[in-house]
Design a protein. Structure first.
Ligand code: COA
Length: 211
């Protein structure tokens, strides 16, 4: 694609529609999902299904929020996909009793991508800020994500704290600790109700879930 220097004011961010299925999958496929080649083709299908969910918000698609960035000609140049994290519905990783609270207060970025010709112009930052604002307004307390080591600085500049584990104290007093080999976890507080403390040497989120 021709590489124009775009004025950020020319970029429009809009919520994705069911017709954006291919566009969204194509854009989010720019993320290295660290999957085996044979698992790749269907890996983003759940995103397509989620796009058909109702969008009577605060989020664009029930528990998911999908945004597309378009250039001045209406061509999609970036996307962000957020929703609940897989570990929230895994009984081996988080207590079942906490599931609803987790899903209603904590969101995760499943993918953030900008087409190469439009990178380094602030489009990813804009998409992330839009998504964070929406989740904050919807009462979410923390945004989380997993990222490749090479992006630690990138997310750090956007206000994210990165560590090997995602660590959080639950209202039950338990310590939730999520580890995914090969990834770093990052989080950003969206609400003054939540805070960061150090537990067992790890930056740990407290106060993210209501008692
Ligand atoms: C990572 C990615 C989304 C960044 O998109 P972008 O629109 O270029 O990002 P921005 O222009 O908003 O960048 C914001 C800042 O991060 C810096 N930055 C961008 N990409 C970076 C990278 N790969 N490593 C380190 N810093 C980076 C920019 O220079 C900019 O710095 P500044 O605020 O000091 O000017 C884009 O490179 C991409 O799509 N990569 C492939 C998919 C991917 O890896 N996604 C992230 C994992 S979910």
């Amino acid at each position: 694609m021709h590489a124009p220097t775009t004025d950020l004011t020319d970029i429009r961010v809009r919520t994705a529609t069911p017709e954006d299925g291919d566009t969204l999958v194509e854009l989010i496929s720019l993320v290295d999902l660290q999957l085996r080649a044979e698992d790749l083709p269907g890996a983003l299908d759940p995103m397509r299904y989620a796009l058909t969910d109702s969008d009577d918000g605060p989020l664009s698609h029930r528990r998911n929020h999908f945004l597309i960035a378009e250039n001045g000609e209406g061509v999609p140049v970036g996307a962000i996909a957020c929703g609940f994290a897989k570990w929230m519905s895994d009984r081996n990783r988080s207590p079942v009793i906490m599931r609803r609270k987790l899903v209603e207060r904590i969101s995760t970025v499943h993918g953030l991508a900008v087409v190469p010709a439009y990178r380094n112009q602030g489009i990813a930052r804009t998409l992330l800020r839009h998504a964070e604002d929406t989740f904050r307004d919807a009462g979410y307390t923390v945004m989380t994500l997993r990222h490749d080591r090479s992006l630690t600085k990138f997310y750090g500049r956007l206000g994210y704290t990165s560590h090997n584990r995602l660590s959080m104290t639950l209202p039950t007093g338990e310590l939730l600790s999520i580890l995914d080999r090969g990834w770093k976890h990052a989080f950003k507080l969206l609400s003054p109700a939540a805070a960061i403390t150090t537990v067992q040497g790890m930056p740990t989120i407290t106060g993210a879930l209501p008692d």
